[in-house]
Design a protein around this ligand. Sequence first.
Ligand SMILES: NC(=O)c1ccc[n+]([C@@H]2O[C@H](COP(=O)([O-])OP(=O)(O)OC[C@H]3O[C@@H](n4cnc5c(N)ncnc54)[C@H](O)[C@@H]3O)[C@@H](O)[C@H]2O)c1
Ligand SMILES: [Fe+2]
Length: 443
Amino acid sequence: MSSAAPAPGPANSGPANAAPANPEAIFTYGAPQLKFGPGASDEIGFDLSQYGVRRALIVTDPGVAATGIPQRIADQMAQFGIEARVFGGVRVEPTDESMNAAVDQARASGPWDAFVAVGGGSSIDTAKAVNLLLTNPGGLMDYVNAPVGRARAPVHPLKPLIAVPTTTGTGAESTTVCVLDVLALRVKTGISHTRLRPTLAVVDPLLTLTQPAGVTASAGMDILCHALESYTARWYTRAEHKRPGQRVPYCGANPISDMWSEKAMALLATSFRRAVGHGDDHQARADMAMAATFAGMGFGNAGVHIPHANAYPIAGRVSGFHPKDYPADEAMVPHGMSVALTAPEAFRFTFDAAPERHLRAAQLLAPGAERPPDDAEFLPRVLTGLMREIGIPNGVAAVGYSSGDIPALVEGTLKQQRLLASCPKPVTGDDLGGIFERSLELW
Ligand SMILES: NC(=O)c1ccc[n+]([C@@H]2O[C@H](COP(=O)([O-])OP(=O)(O)OC[C@H]3O[C@@H](n4cnc5c(N)ncnc54)[C@H](O)[C@@H]3O)[C@@H](O)[C@H]2O)c1
Ligand SMILES: [Fe+2]
């Protein structure tokens, strides 16, 4: 690199993670094949025929099934001589129980040559679990991250999985991750392995036109936090050097993930409010789909940190909160909302580990916004302003938590060490308690 090139890593003028004795020099990048654009989902039958598939299972949830999209995709497969069945029983915000039920049903109606996930992260993650357990020995908890599960690696390759997102949010179509709620432990956790990454991501913005406003708002906050957390994650050279077998999908912020995250934030700045307020705006929907894809490719390699780690217990310990535009039968804090609720305070906490990045992110998200006298306030202010406008609840108290719940929430966050490892500065239980306390009410 010439001496004129900008320094690649974040300026660590604050209490960043201590410099490692033997710094990492390598970062990694993985992504599925991608087909993007209006009408892309009309080609899935052809795409599957290229893999020699004869029988494919479409995995979706009841809300998406009601739009008719999964059946349309099944009909199109028939034109290529592929027998398709729709499994419409995915639970929104899946649990170990709902995933095991999906696995049992898929096994009973199998064998399957391929899987097609049509829906948001809930459907895509359930399809990943079905694919894993129909191709590999053991049960779900064998593969769930430690310490909750046994963190085994799959020993056999999985079947082709085509992921077709109908929300603009999770990026699950590009990632190696499958998220679930373990009911007995009241904890959300996940499975993470490169073999879980879908074979092909088909991102068709036309499928998102029916996404309700409340889902667009929550899923959009997920995009925003993916971009922000991967952009501010610990720079990859600030970790200890790993042996090849120790490499994990989340390697820390790096020059390639930075590119995706910055582009995602610029797209959100122009499209997010429009997509929530005017769901029929095709350009806004297409830009949101692009932002979700970009952010997925960024965080899927760099990693996420405090807001996502906090989201797990916020979603896992909920009782009595029923958000608008989500299935009314179960209490839930949807993923994007649970991530957003502590994000302003989390970024106030991480500001001094990489001030330039926090400021640049605020400028990308709100070009033209006035910079407050205290730089650390800029990003939290941009975030709370946006959250108020699009109808995200005012803090964790608004979804049912009080000060007395904070020790249990902190305990749940501390279990997410895989994510906290990406934090740009050391974070203790007391730090997390403070973040939760200040996030009870945000404005
Ligand atoms: N695997 C990953 O990398 C990853 C990343 C982030 C989040 N997640 C997980 O993804 C899940 C959340 O996924 P999500 O936010 O995409 O939403 P979702 O899949 O939970 O769906 C939310 C609601 O929107 C409805 N819906 C979806 N698309 C629609 C459409 N086009 N028209 C009408 N209704 C539609 C669904 O029926 C459902 O009721 C959580 O379980 C979360 O933990 C996974
Ligand atoms: Fe997320």
